[in-house]
Ligand binder design. Structure first.
Ligand code: SF4
Length: 421
């Protein structure tokens, strides 16, 4: 058996693609081994969202190359967003066999068997690359990628240069994949995309996808990944509300609570729109988990702008924040901006926002306890007579009984122990 080791960095889209890459190998001839184990083929599905992920990508590549130094027959393949933007740099790191662009990454199995391959400019990608997945490595929830690319070009973001223009799976492909997940026993589907809210197949939009998947027997809950604020339309909220399988968990990339900074970031909304959106979601889904991404230390972000962000956030009934320090990305407009913020100040501001996030988490759990909300989820772990899962309200919880991994459970907030991540 030929041994494959794959290491995946970054978002759920990358995780879904790695599962798809592996699904193209004939598992009668190939076997998947742990990244640290000896392998014949090493695949790195890289990420370039921050300097740190670039660093991690290079580290994994060097690790694989060190195996090749011992056994020259080893194959090293690098793909993903860091690969898309740094092809030459990667080949300069050593005897890498292939650097495969994001559009052709699902063909790695065929490329290794001799399919002709030429690295392509991602901006030329016109169609959604689709290859059905039957197994998610090490995951009990199925990550389903339905959209790729982004045309928003926010000032700080490298993603459009690594992922190309927005393109979507056809609704038929989406249903085919979701049915396959159901047949393989998955009870939860997590819908993902580079900019999920941009999903479009003719007249079919994201709501059509969710309604179609909700009709598939065996799928118990559907979770949505990030949706840009201005793409969270009233129509989407109304149609999602009518689908009981939808997780009341909504993740929204706010990035800043200062309109001046949002303008500089080239974000397409302001704080009034966001406040209105949060109120509409809360009305439609009482006690839902609404979480925001926030970038701190963006170039030109004064103490006043930061205070605007903290003050704005503090007025909203959120469940958590994901706080990111601004990371300069090469060839993005923000990288060329004056007034770059010092690292120490970024750390200081991140700490303040993290503290606010801890307060949100505490208050959110109090709200869930008062309402004794119903929690649903798929068991991921079992230990000492307890079972753990990530609930539909984005709370990681334990129940005091043993339930098989992969099984779907429903319980009440006051019957669980919340695990604070
Ligand atoms: S919406 Fe903005 S931040 Fe998100 S992927 Fe597109 S360019 Fe990047």
């Amino acid at each position: 058996m030929i041994r494959i080791a794959i290491s995946t960095l970054g978002c759920k889209v990358n995780q879904a693609e790695s599962a798809s890459i592996i699904s193209q190998f004939d598992l009668n001839s190939y076997t998947i081994v742990e990244w640290g184990d000896e392998a014949d083929i090493y695949i790195i599905n890289s990420c370039t969202v921050t300097n740190r992920t670039d660093y991690k990508s290079r580290y994994l590549i060097r690790q694989a190359l060190s195996k090749k130094a011992i056994n020259p027959l080893v194959k090293v393949i690098v793909t993903g967003c860091f690969a898309q933007r740094s092809e030459k740099e990667i080949y300069a790191l050593g005897e890498v066999d292939y650097v495969v662009d994001n559009q052709q990454k699902l063909n790695i199995a065929s490329i290794l068997k001799g399919l002709e391959f030429q690295f392509a400019d991602i901006m030329e990608a016109k169609t959604f690359s689709f290859a059905p997945v039957s197994k998610m490595q090490q995951h009990t929830r199925a990550f389903q990628k339905i959209q790729d690319g982004c045309d928003f070009y926010c000032s700080y973001c490298a993603v459009p240069y690594a992922r190309g223009h927005s393109r979507s799976a056809t609704l038929q492909q989406v249903i085919q994949q979701a049915r396959l997940f159901a047949d393989c026993g998955y009870k939860e589907i997590v819908l993902g995309g580079v900019n999920l809210g941009l999903y479009l197949d003719g007249s079919y939009k994201l709501a059509d996808v969710v309604e179609s998947i909700a009709n598939i027997q065996g799928i118990e809950i559907i979770r949505l990944s990030s949706i840009e604020p201005q793409l969270f339309s009233n129509e989407l909220i109304i149609r999602l509300k009518a689908i009981s399988k939808v997780c009341p968990h909504f993740h929204i990339p706010l990035q800043s609570g200062s309109n001046a900074i949002l303008n500089s970031m080239k974000r397409h909304y302001n704080t009034d729109l966001v406040r209105e959106l949060v109120n509409k979601i809360e009305d439609a889904f009482p006690n839902s988990a609404i979480g925001f991404d926030v970038i701190t230390g963006y170039p030109g972000e004064s103490e006043l702008h930061h205070k605007e962000t903290v003050d704005f956030l503090a007025t909203l009934p959120l469940a958590y924040l994901h706080v990111f320090s601004y990371s300069m990305r090469k060839d993005t407009p923000a990288a060329l901006m004056p007034n770059q913020i010092m690292k120490a100040e970024k750390i200081n501001r991140s700490r303040q926002l993290q503290k606010l996030s801890d307060t949100f988490k505490k208050k959110y759990q109090e709200r869930c306890s008062q309402g004794n909300v119903t929690l649903r989820g798929v068991v991921e772990k079992q230990y000492d007579g307890r079972s753990e899962f990530l609930s539909d309200h984005f709370l990681r919880v334990q129940i005091p009984r043993t339930v098989p991994i992969g099984d779907f459970v429903t319980t009440s907030f006051n019957d669980v122990l919340v695990i604070n991540d």
